[in-house]
Design a protein. Structure first.
Length: 71
């Protein structure tokens, strides 16, 4: 795969990881995915580190085009 083209971002699509735990004492909010279990599971099923970023889609998802090398 060469990349990903975003045709339409959807209503509320964001890129999220599992957040920043352990930093609240210095004022950094945890933030991260709204559904951390699903984000971690998606990464696990793809064989990636569970804290890798994921696309989080709310209400309507994005329209994406995968750019691949033709062989």
């Amino acid at each position: 795969m060469k990349g990903l083209e975003v045709i339409s971002s959807g209503l509320m699509t964001t890129i999220q990881d599992l957040g920043r735990r352990g930093w609240t004492q210095i004022g950094v909010p945890v933030s991260g995915a709204a559904d951390p279990f699903s984000a971690a599971l998606a990464n696990f099923l793809l064989g990636k580190d569970i804290n890798s970023p994921v696309l989080e889609c709310t209400l309507s998802g994005p329209k994406l085009k995968l750019l691949i090398d033709q062989q």
